[in-house]
Design a protein around this ligand. Structure first.
Ligand SMILES: Cc1cc2nc3c(=O)[nH]c(=O)nc-3n(C[C@H](O)[C@H](O)[C@H](O)COP(=O)(O)OP(=O)(O)OC[C@H]3O[C@@H](n4cnc5c(N)ncnc54)[C@H](O)[C@@H]3O)c2cc1C
Length: 495
């Protein structure tokens, strides 16, 4: 076999997360000679599959959206690898709301034969009869707002947009905690309203709750297989140390094992690690570097993988919310200082309830997650205070759970960082999504997919997409593939 280090490529992709793998697959299919270099042993990045105790599933709660027209499938189909990753849509969910009596109550199913009765949701959220009409009108405004109008809200926070509408506290909690906290992982008074509304519309009109048999990693693995089938090379377990630059243009990369040449380098390593670690500072403008340093990542999710001897619910996934669960920046900072409760929204996913291939017969696995700072270097004490708050909430909602635990694996901000991006700016690295979808970082203010050097591109959650993390990374992969193919053709025309 030829040593790839002796070859040159049309494009090198650093990282096989959802952004990098989708982009690489599409470029290879469209005729470019592609090299993918991934530091982990498996593709998928933040959404890679893991195997333990006979289970194969996502490593933590990962709920895909939208269902209808999702890009996971669009790219699988275009690459001709849909047989390698089967998407699953369980069709129900089991979120629980903490009622005024302090009990967690499950979102009821629609009565048989009824497609959508808003009273089912309003009863669950204890919305008083006299404001149901105005609340429904508000939900219609949100769901049907024309796209141009929603995009004009870039730069306004979702919290201020919601507060101007004077909706019941429980409906605010439903929209913020159940829908937005997990989708974006940023406090609602920093969340960009344009990003929130367009993403909520996609979820309401095209549904949420899509998963992959054997864990989400299979999707990225399938995209990498498409690279191989189209003549490309995928190197696993090899870390890029440097992006080579000469005369303001990228020339290739240096890894832990060799040097590879290409006029186009596409980085899925995160915009901050790419600009602050992989490229020598002398190649970048100081003002640009300081803008990159000031970017704010999303917050982090921490929790457990529980291996249980029995079921706690038949729900495939769900969210635990209360009137007080939404995270504002002020409440988060107070909780961080120990001056307010850390009880917030908790996500759970139960692959053994929806995925026939994930689980040994009769066994149960529950993945959970709760908010925490993105800092991979926080103290054990601080970390555990966030983890414990999530676990206590889970036990309140499912009192029988504690007695069913056979084993539990903690996952932390450090684990997420080790698996994906290293901390470059203090407090970053363990983020759930990528760059936070906050005002000043969305719409026209989102970093460009085109880097500041000729031939350098950024792919993944940090540039070129919108919406929920995995979907956003693939949208970016598609957009970057289109831009790179054009760049490649231009270079051919004008060598
Ligand atoms: C706990 C948790 C829960 C989540 N829940 C959801 C959810 O419910 N729904 C949802 O849609 N999304 C969810 N996400 C977010 C989603 O997984 C991410 O937003 C998305 O997968 C990011 O993809 P990406 O392509 O930007 O990059 P990443 O996934 O970060 O992938 C980057 C890849 O680059 C590799 N890499 C980095 N540096 C180098 C280097 N120097 N050399 C070689 N390789 C390198 C990494 O190893 C990694 O494989 C969750 C994430 C976490 C951590």
């Amino acid at each position: 076999m030829t040593n790839p280090a002796e070859q040159s490529f049309d494009a090198i992709v650093i990282g096989a997360g959802f952004g990098g793998a989708s982009c690489a697959g599409l470029l290879a299919k469209r005729g470019l000679k592609v090299l993918v270099i991934e530091k982990n042993a498996r593709a998928g990045g933040k959404a890679m599959s893991i195997s333990k105790n006979g289970f194969t599933c996502s490593p933590w709660v990962i709920i895909g959206a939208p269902v209808v027209g999702n890009l996971y499938q669009v790219v699988l189909d275009e690459l001709g690898v849909s047989d390698l990753a089967k998407l699953l849509v369980p069709g129900t969910q089991g979120s629980l709301f903490k009622t005024s009596s302090g009990e967690y109550k499950r979102l009821p199913q629609m009565p048989e034969g009824v497609t959508m009765d808003p009273n089912v949701l309003f009863d669950w959220l204890e919305v008083p009869q006299d404001v149901r009409g105005s609340t429904l009108q508000f939900m219609a405004e949100l769901t049907l707002m024309p796209r141009e109008q929603a995009l004009k809200l870039h730069g306004t926070t979702f919290d201020s947009w919601l507060r101007a509408r004077n909706i019941p506290k429980s409906v605010y909690a439903f929209l913020v905690s159940l829908c937005c906290d997990g989708m974006f992982m940023v406090p609602v008074d920093t969340l960009d309203a344009g990003e929130a509304i367009t993403s909520l519309q996609a979820m309401f009109l095209r549904n949420g709750g899509v998963f992959c048999e054997g864990g989400w990693g299979r999707v990225a693995e399938a995209y990498c297989e498409a690279v191989r089938r189209n003549g490309g090379t995928v190197l696993m377990g090899e870390r890029v140390k440097e992006i080579c630059v000469e005369d303001g243009e990228v020339r290739g990369v240096v890894t832990t094992k060799g040097t590879y040449r290409a006029p186009i380098v596409i980085s899925n390593a995160g915009i901050q690690p790419t600009m602050l670690k992989l490229i020598k500072p002398e190649h970048l403008d100081k003002a640009y570097v300081s803008r990159i340093k000031s970017l704010v990542p999303s917050w982090s999710l921490v929790g457990y993988r529980y291996f249980l001897s029995g079921p706690i619910t038949d729900a495939p996934y769900g969210v635990l919310i209360s009137q007080d669960s939404p995270w504002s920046l002020e409440r988060f900072n107070q909780a961080k200082r120990g001056e307010a409760s850390k009880e917030g929204v908790v996500y759970f996913e139960i692959p053994s309830n929806y995925d026939p291939v994930c689980t040994p017969k009769g066994k149960h696995i529950v993945l959970t997650g709760a908010f925490a700072p993105a800092n991979p270097d926080m103290s054990k004490e601080e970390l555990m205070s966030w983890v414990n708050a999530g676990e206590e909430t889970m036990f309140k909602a499912f009192p029988q759970m504690e007695g069913l635990i056979e084993e539990k694996d903690l996952y932390t901000t450090k684990d997420v960082s080790n698996l994906t991006r290293e901390a470059t700016v203090p407090g970053t690295g363990g983020e759930t999504i990528g760059l936070g979808q906050i005002i000043g970082q969305c719409g026209p203010d989102k970093p460009s997919i085109q880097g500041p050097l000729r031939g350098l591109y950024i792919v993944g959650a940090d540039a070129g997409g919108t919406g929920v993390g995995t979907q956003m990374a693939i949208e970016s992969g598609m957009n970057v593939a289109t831009a790179v193919k054009r760049d490649f053709e231009m270079r051919r025309a004008n060598p």
